[in-house]
Structures are given as C-alpha cells and as structure tokens.
Ligand binder design. Sequence first.
Ligand code: TRP
Length: 335
Amino acid sequence: MEITLTGITTTGAPHLGNYVGAIQPAIAASRRTDVQSFYFLADYHALVKCQDPALVHRSRLEVAATWLALGLDIDNVIFYAQTDIPEILELTWIITCVTAKGLMNRAHAYKAAVAENLADPNNDPDKAVTMGLFSYPILMAADILMFKAHKIPVGKDQVQHLEMARDIAARFNYLYGEHFVLPEAVVDEKNAVLVGLDGRKMSKSYGNTIPLFEPEKSLRKLIMRIKTNSLPPEAPKDPETCTLFQIYHAFAATEESAAIRERYAQGIGWGEMKQILFERLNAELSEPRQRYYALLEQPGYIEQILKKGAARAREYSAPFLQELRRAVGIQPLGA
Ligand code: TRP
C-alpha cells in the first residue's frame, strides 16, 4: 500500500492561512482508505526555531488539539509525536554519517541565514546558526525514510528538503543495499494562499494573521479591522482585489461566492460585507472551536492518543531500525 507522511512543526497556534492552505486538505486526506498515512508533530524540529520551553510545550498541546478538533481521523491515520519515536533520532545519526556537508551548505534556510549575516560586514557568517538549523534537513529525511513513505504533501518551500531526503536515501542504498524508499514531494498548486488583515499573504512573520480558533468576539473585531478601500456603499466593487472577498471565497461554496460577487457588482457596504464574512467563518469554525477549547482542558487525553499513535508507529520503526543497524555493521557480537 502507498504510504504518505505529513509533518507538522509545532510552533505557535495555527491561523486561517494554515487552515486553508494545509490543514483542511490534510484533514480531508486523513479519511482516505487507499493509502496508509502517518501524521506527526515535528516537535524536535520546533526546537530549531524556538528555545522557550513554555512555548514549545504549549504549541505541542495547541497543535495536537487543533488537528483533533478539526476531525483528524485517528483510527485511519497513525498520529504521533516525533519525540515519542526514539528510532528517528538514531536514524538521524546513521544518515548524518552518509550526508555530504556540501549538500547541507546548499539548503535555502541555512543559506538565507548566512546571507543575512553577511549583509552586515561586521558579522560572522555563522552568527546564530546552530547545528540544528544546519542539520534540519537530515532530521526531516529521517522522519520520512523511517516509515518508507512514498508521497509527502508539502508546501513549495519544502521541496528542496525532499530532494535532499532522496539524495541521502540514494547514498545510503548505494553504500549498504536497498533499504530506503526514495520519497516524492506532492505539491498541491491549487491550495489557496490566504491574504491577511493588511492584504499581504497571511503569515505570522507579517503579524497579519487571524488565529484559527480566535474566540467569537475577538474574531469579529479582527474582521472589522481588515483593510478596505474608501468607496461608498452603493458603488460597484471589485471582489478580486478585495481582502474580505478573498477570505470569504476560501471558505465558501462556489454558489455562495457567486452570489457575493453579484452583490459586489451591485454595490455592497463594507460594514455589511464584514458582517457576512464574520458569520460565514463563525458558522464553519464555531463547532471545532468548542471542541478545541474542551480538548485544551484534557491534555492527558491528548497525550494518551499520541502515545497510542506512537506505539503503532514503532511497530514499523523498531524492526526497521534493527535492520538498518545490521546493514551498517552494528549488531550483537557473536550473532
Ligand atoms: N519541515 C516541515 C515544515 O516546516 C515540517 C516537517 C518536519 C515535515 N518533518 C517532516 C514535513 C517530514 C513533511 C515530512 O513544514
């Protein structure tokens, strides 16, 4: 059976852009029965970006609760935390030893960090570059190779990491025999990029996000803050350049969007449109939001789910790691 695998970095609570672009399609895919899917919290990856223990802890809970609240099918998929699978770290070292440093030198995220340092001639090129940042793609390769995953749904920014995982797997296979499956990135071009409060791409780094499970009152307030132009209510308006419509469109059914387009053509007041957008979002999110806040109160229950998932995942990873240790020459003496 084909194996797919999705890693979710646990840094901060997800926003509407994450939901539309990645989470919603992944939740839908979790019901597929023609593939075996692995979904995991990439909490070791979170340590690369975040060294605040309270935030790391909180993000693990929030991200797990988010996916469960939205209806991730945990009977069908194997859902676990990376940090509960010790074999992943063992594999990370084994493949680190076959990974060329030159390959890692080419990683976009690492190169960007160095380039930023060099923009200031007084800076050391290695300033604030940890080995975690440098080796990030190797850990990611281990996540994937551990479960012999064929297809990895990712955003465009992750495609290079998938190429690196293939390179590493091929190098290992060449040295030690065909143990790894070469994974493929699946980039969904259709997936919407959502605009944020200020009309730019919704992104944590722009500070223009709407948190997915913002409580009702503050959700309304945030929507009221979205930038619009100053056309009077009766003037016909262009939906395509309007942030309110873009967000509405990402959530609404085709007919609903068509009806709203019609209203734009006739002239619609921004106050009314903001109210319509609020109601549409709230209709979709209020139930999962309730489940989310209930789940946040039951961290022990979430932990149990993750531990069960980890036990299922380790049925694959533990025997495979034994095979890999033997392949490189680590096995009981005399055996
Ligand atoms: N690096 C990915 C991201 O930032 C998260 C991730 C970690 C991942 N390990 C993975 C994604 C393995 C897919 C497969 O989005």
